[in-house]
Write a protein that binds this ligand. Structure first.
Ligand code: AMP
Length: 186
């Protein structure tokens, strides 16, 4: 199972991702986690990661694409993965698609967690992460709408898009996701 998980900041994507990978025994790949892990390094990617966390801006496409491609070579992803937070731009999606075609491992599906904007703001307020200050949250929401939302059409055109209603309890949402994933071709 090779999955991409789309959803705006505050949609519950991070929490659902963790439950999902446990349930389906696949590897969780979060570019946000990968970037947080390198942000103290004095390297190009480390400096870019530190800047992105401080501002909410996206790390350059080429850097993130390289990070993901390298990660996809590791043995633990061969049995399947869930990408959480990548791709985030159409450019990343195109580069990723090319890579998956070259390595003969097409995506099983793209899950899109849908939550209305007003609910996102309340949820983020209760999360308490370092990059959750009101300014950075607004910045990240704006960037999501502008850069990441177009991926919904990108994947819909490829018949890979599976929208999921993100309202309700965590268990209710999780059940919907599991049902959707069970209907996909591995
Ligand atoms: P996340 O944990 O997914 O919310 O990511 C935290 C921050 O890392 C984001 O606000 C971005 O600045 C950066 N980031 C994560 N994934 C990507 C990506 N695919 N492309 C560019 N920047 C990213």
């Amino acid at each position: 199972m090779r999955l991409v998980f789309l959803g705006p900041p505050g949609s519950g994507k991070g929490t659902q991702s963790k439950r999902l990978v446990e349930h389906f025994k696949i590897t969780h790949l979060s570019t946000g986690d990968m970037l947080r892990a390198v942000m103290t390094q004095d390297t190009e990617i480390g400096r870019a990661a530190a800047q992105s966390m401080a501002t909410g801006w996206l790390v350059a496409d080429a850097l993130v694409v390289t990070l993901v491609k390298e990660r996809l070579r590791e043995p633990d992803v061969q049995a399947g993965f869930l990408l959480d937070g990548f791709p985030r731009t159409v450019e990343q999606a195109r580069a990723f698609e090319e890579h998956l075609t070259e390595t003969h491992r097409p995506l099983s599906g793209v899950l899109e967690l849908r939550v209305p904007l007003e609910d996102l703001v309340t949820r983020l307020a209760g999360r308490g992460r370092k990059d959750d200050t009101p300014e950075i949250v607004r910045e990240r929401q704006g960037i999501y709408r502008q850069k990441t939302q177009p991926l919904v059409d990108f994947y819909r055109q490829r018949k890979l898009l599976f929208p999921i209603d993100g309202l309700g309890t965590s268990d209710e949402v999780f059940d919907r996701i599991v049902e959707t994933v069970q209907g996909l071709k591995p």
